[in-house]
Design a binder for this molecule. Structure first.
Ligand SMILES: [Cu+2]
Length: 287
């Protein structure tokens, strides 16, 4: 197996967001996830008419690890439970993570998640009532008040995303390894050679710090492979509204052969970004 050196070309840009405008345009982007409240939909025990819109409000809730989830039976007409696990058809499978047991109307139950991940739950009395709690690392979202005051009216998220691209030649192709400084990076990956696209995938998600992709091409001096990673945001793949971190940050590397060197490049960019503003416009200036 030969090693090739990756010649780094960095293309860095910073998206500045004006926080005041953002706060009004995208309040969810700054949501505090140290606590979340989930309630039952009224009369959700009587009929299944709530299923389409969700029998819990919100039907998908997001909270930080160590945050507090308060689940309340606000339905004046019935008793309900919040029981962790899944329902297949009408057959429930409790997973033992939490169980409020039967809550009378007005009663509440608290759960403090210890691990990141998706936690489904349901009502054991009405198994059409299902919901999801997304537990995220608290560090995945930090709010920074860069004016140093306590008013919280000028809040910007300031998450640094670092992408390291390395490559190795394997089995007649090229294996590209991406290393991220954070978990749950969503990104597009494109590789071109000689003006032709040899790899293109959008909406990729890296659960771990490292993701590898196989490209069916080998770079050479005459025909190097250009690899481009464009960040889409940080967060659970099916929860784009809650993504944080830089959007449109471009990291590139060029794969050309060179003996005896382990390929590696580092790009570090600090970006102030707001998902709600930038996620909608994927066309980003590059310079
Ligand atoms: Cu119920």
């Amino acid at each position: 197996m030969g090693l090739m050196k990756t010649k780094a070309i960095s293309s860095i840009f910073v998206l500045f967001a004006i926080a005041a405008g953002m706060a009004s345009m995208a309040p969810n982007a700054f949501a505090d996830h140290s606590e979340v409240a989930i309630v039952t939909v009224d009369e959700s025990g009587f009929s299944q008419s709530c299923v389409d819109s969700g029998c819990y409000t919100p039907v998908t809730a997001t909270v930080d690890v160590g945050g507090v989830v308060t689940m309340t039976n606000t339905d004046p007409t019935g008793v309900h439970t919040f029981t962790s696990g899944t329902v297949d058809g009408f057959a429930p499978s409790p997973d033992g993570t939490f169980d409020s047991s039967v809550l009378m109307s007005g009663d509440a139950f608290e759960w403090i998640p210890e691990n990141a991940g998706e936690q489904p739950y349901y009502c054991m009395l009405h198994t059409w009532m299902i919901g999801t709690i997304i537990v995220q690392e608290a560090a995945a979202e930090e709010t920074v008040d860069d004016h140093g005051d306590d008013h919280g009216d000028d809040v910007a998220e300031d998450i640094e995303l670092m992408v390291m691209i390395s490559d190795s030649q394997v089995m007649g192709g090229t294996q590209v390894e991406l290393e991220f400084n954070v978990l749950h990076v969503n990104y597009d990956l494109t590789a071109t050679q000689n003006g032709e696209v040899v790899f293109e995938e959008t909406g990729l998600h890296s659960m771990e710090n490292i993701a590898t992709h196989q490209i069916d091409a080998v770079g050479s001096d005459e025909n190097p492979i250009d690899v481009e990673v464009v960040s889409l945001g940080i967060g659970a793949p099916d929860n784009e509204d809650e993504w944080t971190g830089p959007v449109g940050q471009v990291t590139t590397a060029q794969v050309v052969p060179e003996f005896g060197t382990i390929a590696m490049m580092v790009l570090a960019v600090a970006i102030i970004s707001i998902v709600a503003v930038t996620a909608k416009s994927r066309v980003v200036p590059r310079f």
